[in-house]
Structures are given as structure tokens and as C-alpha cells.
Write a protein that binds this ligand. Structure first.
Ligand code: GLN
Length: 238
């Protein structure tokens, strides 16, 4: 079996080790003899037709500004993938831009591609620190957040998790991230996947099941180290 991962803007959008998410997916595939090909998408290039997982990281306001135009160029293809249930993970800066817009603190509006029904406006302080959330399907997830953007979910939008520690979407309503079909947007950097292996396997299993049109059950791995990393990160103060 083989999976193709589309990694959006690895140069401009890669904060706090977000690239480690792609490595975690790759490693957990290789441990099960599943081949992985990574397509690094840079502005000005096209998007292949046979992508199985989409990933995009976070970035500074300036990085978000740099990729805005290209993101709109590839948006129809991304929308098609997501409507067709392709698993997708977008963190912080790209989470915001998968929504309707991100308005920066200096008043610049960066238009999003409206895959997720969310809006984001910069607040007057940054939310920085370890964050723990609870998700019905994946249990407790831990990561690191650093954003000034405050995100509001639109009507009928499912949050990705409930905040246990930290700010999450906006520091007010205890929601964190957003899920639409198999597209998950979240503020959790860190990177999130290496220390939350159940979530990593969701992307792999969903992608394989979709690609091979038959229910795939992944071989269990020994997650002792991953779960230790998870417990250590949760025990750290904010
Ligand atoms: N620039 C955005 C903000 O500050 C996103 C930051 C990030 O990706 N960590 O909200």
C-alpha cells in the first residue's frame, strides 16, 4: 500500500516543528510497510490528482500574507479533495486561512478559502503556552499554542475539541479547532501528531480506507514512547 501526502507551504508555514507531523505520519506508515510519498507544495506550482492526505502548518502573519494568493489559486482543488472526504490537517496559520478570513492586529485582512465556516480577528494579546483539549474520538490531546488570532465558529460548525487547559479558538467559549468532514483545523503546534498517536493513525487509516475502498484496520504499534511524550507534555505547566 502507498499514501501520497500533500504538504502545503513547508517553507512559509512551519512553526514550532509543524513539519514533524508529516514525519510522524510517514514513520507510522513505514513501521507498517506502507510506502509514503511527500509532495511539497510551493507557491506557483500545481497540485497532483492523487493526493491521499493534506497537511498545512502555522505561520507568522507575514508568511500568511505571502501564500494568500497561491492558496486562492489552489482552493478549488483543495475544496474538491475535502468534499470528497480526504483527510486533512491544518494548524494555526493555515487553519485560520481555511476559514473565511484572518484580520491581523495591524488591520490587514487576509482572505481565507472558506472551507471551514470560521472567522478570525487578532486580539490584543498573544495566547502562548501548552494546551490540552478533549475530543470525543481521540481522547485528550496535547500541544502548544501561540497565536493572536481569535477564532469564532460559524453556525453548525463542530469544534475539534473542548479546552481543558489553554485558550483554544478564542479564550472564551472553551472550543478548540474545527472539524468539517475529515478536515481538522486546530491551534495545536508542538508538533501535535508525534505525541498523539491515535490522531495520527486516524489520518492514515482514513486515507487508506478511502484510497483502497475497503475498511483498513491498522496493525497496532508499540506506542510506549509516544504515550510517555504525551504524559510529559500534559504534565508541563503552561
Ligand atoms: N499569525 C497567526 C496568529 O498570530 C498564526 C500564528 C501561528 O500559526 N502560530 O494568530
Amino acid at each position: 500500500m502507498k499514501l501520497k501526502i500533500l504538504h502545503l507551504y513547508p517553507r512559509e508555514m512551519n512553526l514550532y516543528g509543524d513539519h514533524g507531523n508529516v514525519l510522524a505520519i510517514k514513520r507510522r506508515c513505514e513501521w507498517r510497510d506502507i510506502k509514503v510519498e511527500i509532495i511539497e507544495h510551493e507557491p506557483g506550482t500545481g497540485i497532483p490528482d492523487d493526493i491521499d492526505i493534506i497537511f498545512g502548518g502555522g505561520g507568522q502573519d507575514s508568511g500568511q500574507g505571502k501564500i494568500e494568493q497561491d492558496l486562492h489559486e489552489i482552493a478549488p482543488r483543495l475544496k474538491e479533495y475535502i468534499e470528497n472526504d480526504t483527510p486533512c490537517l491544518v494548524i494555526c496559520g493555515l487553519y485560520q486561512l481555511f476559514g473565511k478570513y484572518y484580520q491581523t492586529a495591524d488591520g490587514k485582512k487576509i482572505n481565507g478559502i472558506d472551507i471551514l465556516n470560521i472567522t478570525t480577528d487578532a486580539g490584543d494579546k498573544r495566547h502562548i503556552g501548552n494546551i490540552v483539549i478533549k475530543n470525543g474520538q481521540f481522547g485528550e490531546l496535547v500541544g502548544y499554542e501561540n497565536h493572536s488570532g481569535l477564532t469564532s465558529l460559524g453556525d453548525n460548525v463542530e469544534p475539534f475539541g473542548e479546552v481543558i487547559l489553554g485558550a483554544g479558538n478564542n479564550g472564551k467559549d472553551k472550543t478548540e479547532g474545527c472539524r468539517y468532514k475529515n478536515c481538522i483545523g486546530t491551534y495545536l503546534h508542538g508538533p501535535i501528531l508525534p505525541k498523539n498517536p491515535k490522531l495520527t493513525d486516524f489520518f492514515i487509516e482514513t486515507a487508506l480506507t478511502r484510497k483502497y475502498n475497503t475498511k483498513i484496520n491498522l496493525k497496532k504499534l508499540n506506542d510506549e514512547i509516544e504515550l510517555k511524550a504525551h504524559a510529559t507534555a500534559i504534565a508541563r505547566p503552561r
